[in-house]
Design a protein around this ligand. Structure first.
Ligand SMILES: NC(=O)c1ccc[n+]([C@@H]2O[C@H](COP(=O)([O-])OP(=O)(O)OC[C@H]3O[C@@H](n4cnc5c(N)ncnc54)[C@H](OP(=O)(O)O)[C@@H]3O)[C@@H](O)[C@H]2O)c1
Length: 248
């Protein structure tokens, strides 16, 4: 049987890594990309996992790597773009260099990957692109000068391309996890509500992509409910509640 193939970026650790292992366990052929080659090599000990190192900020390289994946494996059915960065210390100030870097990785890095697969998917006239962004992108937050805006842009971009790719029978999904325990969130000094494991996230992502057909995969349930409310709160109430929680 011809195995289905998935390409996952940001797969060397955290949510991307757990999702790669989940898809491999479910019998998919899994192509993993990130910068840390040694971590990708460890993953590719699994016979279903194949390492293709990539820095997503390099748009030419993203195209080159995707071409090599198609040359080597013949097809890609699903892409999950999960690369991302966050430096809590630099977020507290308007550090322009940090903001540029975060936008470069979290926003433009994903666009580089979508751009790399665009022609292939549109010609094939089917396929599936999933973007790992964040619910924090839905409204502004204090002391988040780069990360939250980068995810706001990514949420908006992903919804925009949903319409553009739909015409070509290509599905686009936005993944917005709540707090998941990874190296990225280990930098947070505050207690993270409803914190979940990477395996939990991988299961939610797999089920959302393969067993359901919603545009957004948002989890866990309390975060889903809170963010649905947050999106419709008037500015006056939202600003009051956030100011109050910051001043506590
Ligand atoms: N953890 C959470 O609570 C949470 C919640 C909402 C959304 N997210 C999002 O989930 C995604 C994964 O984050 P995580 O929590 O799993 O953190 P993580 O373990 O730090 O994973 C980040 C991944 O992105 C890769 N990456 C970073 N810069 C890259 C670059 N320039 N080129 C290619 N890959 C790059 C890293 O690999 P290399 O360093 O090897 O390149 C790593 O594999 C991110 O987009 C994050 O914003 C996380």
């Amino acid at each position: 049987m011809n195995k289905k193939t998935i390409w996952i970026t940001g797969a060397s650790s955290g949510i991307g890594e757990a999702t790669a292992l989940k898809f491999a366990k479910e019998g998919w052929k899994v192509i993993v990309s990130a910068r840390r080659v040694e971590l990708l090599d460890k993953l590719s000990v699994d016979e279903n996992i194949f390492s293709y190192p990539l820095d997503v900020t390099d748009s030419d390289k993203a195209k080159e790597v995707f071409k090599k994946i198609i040359d080597d494996h013949g097809q890609v059915d699903l892409c999950i773009f999960s690369s991302g960065t966050y430096e809590r210390k630099s977020e507290k100030e308007l550090d322009v260099q940090n903001i540029k870097h975060v936008i470069e990785v979290n926003f433009l890095g994903v666009i580089n990957c979508v751009s790399a697969v665009e022609k292939y998917y549109k010609e094939k006239n089917n396929g599936h692109i999933a973007v790992v962004s964040s619910p924090v992108g839905y409204r502004g937050l204090p002391k988040s000068s780069g990360y939250t805006p980068s995810k706001a842009a990514l949420n908006n971009f992903t919804q925009g391309i949903y319409f553009d790719f739909k015409k070509f029978n290509v599905r686009v999904t936005l993944i917005t996890p709540g707090f998941i325990k990874t190296a990225l969130t280990d930098k947070n000094e505050f207690k993270m509500p409803f914190l979940k494991s990477t395996n939990y996230a991988a299961d939610q992502i797999y089920n959302g992509l393969i067993k359901k057909n919603n545009f957004e995969i948002i989890f866990p349930l309390p975060i889903k409910i809170i963010y649905k409310l947050i999106q419709i709160l008037p500015n006056k109430l939202y600003n009051y509640l956030i100011s109050k929680s910051v001043n506590r």
